[in-house]
Write a protein that binds this ligand. Structure first.
Ligand code: SF4
Ligand code: SF4
Length: 460
């Protein structure tokens, strides 16, 4: 069915029903590179959760524990500055890439596109046959083939759900889930079923609509691009007036290079016509470039009627590479990345927090001696198990009397121990006395913290 002129979305027919898209694929130089990149990315997406770096997973987004491990470094909720810098760098990086190259991420690297265009759609073409012109489905489709197709989709979705969850629960827990009976871990089994269902819904039903209506990045695109950004564009000057060639067309001599074959529409995975100009739905997949090049070859015209270019370059042949945003965004990115690097290398291999003990703030069981409790919370950020010794520096008679010391903490784990501290009553002035607490792992980690003891108002 042709694209509705008064459309709200490229996936809606004029009567409001879903316009299903069955893009035709044409071999070409861009498809070759995209396919190669897609297979590399598919391998990466699948393998990253299994790779360990410095004893930690390369990527683990442990939401219940509120810990994000990226490239062997664990971010905790207390790492506000680090997380903020990481987030800002990410946003500036995306804005920069978009300003330079449009939505290259969407069409070439986003997992949604990679899985849809290089796994699910090829499988669909395998079962249904190649799609016809104007997004008509393949002709081989039969009820039996459809059942088989959806069965394979379900298997792939289950595999994807496992891969996806590995990023959040870790491979060890995932393997445990897979090996055990679902009755032993019903909650996780239900999570797995739900994620499989979501994958199935997304890739077999919702499909390109994720990019068109659900993804915020596409919506922001218009403010991130300028007229010099690289986008997939149709050369209006060269192509118009468009028209079919043939014996019956007497105006053929006055026509532009576009032969109105519609291949660029047939191949578009978001169902648009690139000849309508820059559109929010364009994910820069470049399939229309390959399709048009093929037609140009067939009619003996130079390639590039549809090509990567900028709006300014298309209009007057002149584009600007250097412009304010191309200077400002990289400068901002350099600043945030440098700050991130400095904070990262200054990060200690352990986080220590000193907290007051639960219950009464202090007791005076032995005359002249005040006892209080201190809770020592240690998060071991290093990649190895460590024993942390806690001691009082310049003690003035203050000493640790009870509690586990040193405190053993496994790699990546945290532990809180309560220690009893006895202090001479005479050290307290106005009910307080500041002490220095040293925590060391006998190696690289050796830090001192100031801690305020509370005691009687008068030390005499
Ligand atoms: S218009 Fe071209 S580049 Fe844009 S999504 Fe469609 S086929 Fe891909
Ligand atoms: S593929 Fe090229 S020639 Fe065919 S309709 Fe699209 S722009 Fe015109």
């Amino acid at each position: 069915m042709p694209l509705a002129k008064s459309r709200v979305l490229s996936t809606l027919n004029e009567d409001g029903t879903r316009r299903w898209l069955y893009p035709r694929v044409f071999a070409g130089r861009f498809l070759k590179w995209r396919r190669l990149l897609a297979w590399v990315l598919l391998g990466l997406f699948t393998l990253v959760p299994y790779v360990r770096f410095q004893g930690k997973p390369l990527v683990l987004l442990d939401i219940p524990a509120r810990e994000f491990t990226i490239l062997g470094f664990t971010f905790l909720p207390t790492d506000t500055v680090l997380l903020a810098l990481l987030l800002v760098s990410l946003i500036v990086g995306i804005v920069l890439v978009t300003a330079l190259c449009g939505r290259l991420w969407c069409g070439w690297m986003c997992p949604q596109t990679v899985y849809l265009d290089f796994v699910y759609r090829p499988l669909e073409r395998l079962f249904d046959g190649p799609p016809g012109p104007r997004h008509t489905p393949g002709k081989k489709s039969t009820p039996v083939r459809s059942v088989l197709k959806y069965a394979v989709f379900l298997l792939v979705s289950a595999f994807l759900a496992h891969t996806f969850l590995a990023y959040f629960v870790g491979v060890d827990r995932l393997v445990q889930w897979v090996r055990q009976s679902p009755f032993e871990h019903p909650a996780s089994f239900l999570v797995m079923l739900a994620v499989t269902g979501l994958m199935m819904f997304d890739f077999s039903f919702f499909r390109e609509q994720t990019c068109l209506v659900a993804c915020p990045y596409g919506r922001f695109q218009s403010v991130m691009l300028d007229r010099d950004s690289l986008i997939v564009s149709y050369d209006v000057k060269r192509g118009e007036p468009r028209g079919k060639r043939g014996a019956g067309n007497r105006d053929a001599q006055s026509l532009g290079d576009c032969v109105d074959c519609g291949l660029c529409q047939d191949t578009c995975p978001t169902g648009i016509d690139i000849r309508d100009g820059l559109q929010m739905e364009c994910i820069a997949c470049t399939q229309c470039i390959d399709a048009c090049d093929r037609m140009m070859d067939a009619v003996g015209k130079p390639r590039g009627l549809v090509r990567f270019s900028s709006q300014n370059r298309m209009a007057d042949g002149r584009g600007r590479l250097i412009r304010p945003r191309v200077i400002i965004y990289p400068s901002l990115l350099a600043i945030t990345l440098s700050a991130l690097f400095v904070v990262l290398i200054g990060k200690q291999p352990a986080d220590v927090t000193l907290l007051r003990g639960m219950g009464v703030p202090f007791t005076e069981l032995v005359p002249g001696e005040v006892t209080s409790q201190i809770r020592v919370k240690i998060k071991n950020r290093s990649g190895r198990d460590a024993d942390y010794r806690v001691e009082i520096v310049d003690a003035d008679g203050v000493k640790i009397t009870e509690g586990t010391n040193p405190i053993s903490v496994s790699a990546g784990q945290s532990r809180t121990e309560t220690l009893s501290i006895a202090s001479p009553k005479s050290v307290f002035v106005l009910g307080r006395h500041d002490i220095k607490v040293r925590v060391t792992d006998g190696g690289k980690f050796d830090r001192q913290y100031t801690y305020r003891l509370v005691g009687p108002q008068s030390g005499t």
